[in-house]
Design a protein around this ligand. Sequence first.
Ligand SMILES: [Zn+2]
Length: 329
Amino acid sequence: MSLKNSLLLTSSLLFAPTMLLAEGAAHANAPNVVVSIKPIHSLVASIMKGVGEPALIVEGAASPHTYSMKPSNAAALEKANIVFWVGHGLEAFLEKPLESLGSGAKIVELDDAPGLEKLKFREGGAFEAHDDGDEHEAGAEGTEAHEEAGHHHDEGEFDLHLWLDPINAKAMAVEIEKTLAAADPANAATYKTNLDALNTRLDALDKKLVETVAPIKDKPFIVFHDAYQYFEHRYHVKVAGSITVSPETLPGAARLKQIHEKIVELGATCVFAEPQFEPKLVNVVFEGTAAKSGTLDPEAATLEAGPDLYFQLMDGIGTSLKTCLSNAS
Ligand SMILES: [Zn+2]
């Protein structure tokens, strides 16, 4: 052994125990995990309980649709052993940073998880799907609606708000657990125990949501952005339209007028805003109608990150729908 190497060895022996103490014994062997958005971060945090805590990119009230990377995010990615994200159609801001990441990190695109039920984007928002026969009326707005929808179509044909269905969350959880166990076999038993506990909780959540929305299932309502397809599909609630297809594209005057007319036609309905976007647009479409207003938070802007967030998010959607729509008639 050369003198230089033995010096390095000595210094690493001297410094290693200090570093272990600083990081805490339980975290010493945990992989560095980075997660793109809060709902997914919550699932990963549940599975990593007792081992470590994943880092989160889209923090606070930010939206994945309009996010831009911060230097601290880039630094976290550079240290990452595993990165979980939903996919190209959702976190566009991550595409380039992930491409330039070294081969050291395992990148898991969760929209590829086996067992997911995936739904295609709806043309022009939720309207067209429920439109019967008044196509001539929508003709003038046709071009605009197409442009708005086109933004999403460029990024893929599937709607990636996959987490708004607890059964899809279960499929993603399996993929998360598999990835963690492969990268960190020493903690595999803990990941498996945590996955089982998460699955039990997700099943209970699913049952609870069926009961929560039962009284309001047939009442159509208007949402801010077209995020709720998976929730609708699982629980048979009725979104009659969205103000915008995606928050990065603001609706034009013609679309706002069309939605205003839809609300007038629906009468006793609810219009749901989202906390991170300007309520002005929502006020514009529902002003002067008999509709009531509520708030839905599909991307958990108001919730604190952690294992419980996913359950608060889904519970919150069910409860907001029930509260507003039961009072709307
Ligand atoms: Zn969204």
